[in-house]
Design a protein around this ligand. Structure first.
Ligand code: ASP
Length: 324
């Protein structure tokens, strides 16, 4: 009798889950952005979800849950009900660098998520306040080597993209500036424009408009090629620092355990968004790099996360980065 009831209950449970997944989504979806509004992760999230909402027929509401280099928001999102109504915009920090810097991290980027797909590649730029006393990367390096300890470098918290790529930059040229943490590089960029901090390494989609407007200085882009959005900014190779090569990314994840139908629907909506001319233009204008066909798949994103965690752990250890 007991067994029969349990079997019936289990069958009913499965049926409900299946039916729910089939009707998905029948109410608004929350996308957790683990940084302050106005920064790159937030901007990429708002651009791609705009069109995703139309495909899914439901609003995707962005919720900014900032703190601890993005790990606060991603921890919360990873523990949400795996029903597809809470998803997240992760990035190279939360799903690549963070495990090296947070020994007690409550999630494993390689195991605790259902990857949906890559949203954008985001090259890294070395930028400074407008009146920073250098006009190119070589002058900046000379200045930093002399005055490094007096310089303030902004970032979005330990383990974030700006922090990890900043650690890498500092170890490449052997300087030790003072790190200043923000709840995202949106607010950090505001202070860079105001001149209250000096330097930052960050994602192109954040800094491109202010470089174009002449509100901050860009010393170099850390990719092999220049960006079509910033034709005048030299690559680190051209500017004489070929060893500093680094690029970041933003990607959509759901908590582990979401039904396969939900993964398929979310991925389909993301892919359609990335094929939309308006989405493409908005990302390209900011220097965002459109993901390849493989990177748009859950399997492609899983592969990227696995390789990023494997790559960043030794890099950050070698650079002497700690969670402090
Ligand atoms: N770009 C930021 C980082 O450094 C975060 C943000 O999107 O605000 O990780």
């Amino acid at each position: 009798m007991k067994t029969t009831l349990l079997t019936v209950a289990a069958a009913l449970g499965l049926a409900v889950t299946g039916a729910q997944a089939q009707n998905y989504p029948n109410r608004p979806i929350t996308m957790i952005v683990p940084f302050a509004a106005g920064g790159p992760t937030d901007v990429v999230a708002r651009i791609v979800t705009d069109h995703m909402s139309r495909t899914l027929g439901q609003q995707i509401v962005v919720e900014n849950v900032a703190g601890a280099g993005g790990t606060t928001g991603i921890t919360r999102a990873s523990q949400a009900q795996p029903d597809g109504y809470t998803i997240m915009m992760g990035h190279m920090g939360t799903h690549g660098a963070a495990p090296a810097l947070y020994p007690n991290l409550k999630y494993d980027p390689t195991k605790d998520f259902a990857p949906i797909g890559l949203a954008a590649g985001t090259p890294i730029l070395i930028v400074a306040k407008k009146d920073f006393p250098a006009n190119n990367l070589q002058e900046a390096i000379t200045y930093l080597k002399k005055n490094g300890d007096k310089v303030n470098m902004a970032h979005a918290g330990v383990g974030s993209v700006s922090h990890s790529t900043g650690v890498l930059f500092n170890s490449t040229i052997d300087i030790k500036p003072t790190f200043v943490a923000y709840r995202g590089t949106g607010p950090a960029l505001n202070d860079l424009m105001a001149g209250t901090v000096d330097l930052m390494t960050d994602q192109i989609v954040n800094v491109a408009p202010q470089i174009q407007a002449g509100n901050i200085k860009a010393f170099a882009i850390a990719t092999p090629e220049r960006s079509p959005a910033l034709q005048n900014v030299p690559t680190t190779k051209e500017a004489g620092l070929p060893d500093y090569q680094v690029s970041a990314w933003n990607a959509v994840f759901a908590p582990k355990g979401v039904p396969q139908e939900v993964v398929t629907k979310l991925n389909d909506a993301l892919v359609k968004s990335l094929e939309d001319e308006n989405t493409k233009k908005r990302l390209a204008d900011l220097g965002g790099v459109l993901p390849t066909a493989e990177e748009r798949t859950p399997a492609g994103l899983q592969k990227l996360v696995d390789s990023e965690v494997a790559r960043w752990t030794p890099v950050l250890k070698a650079a002497g980065a700690t969670g402090q």
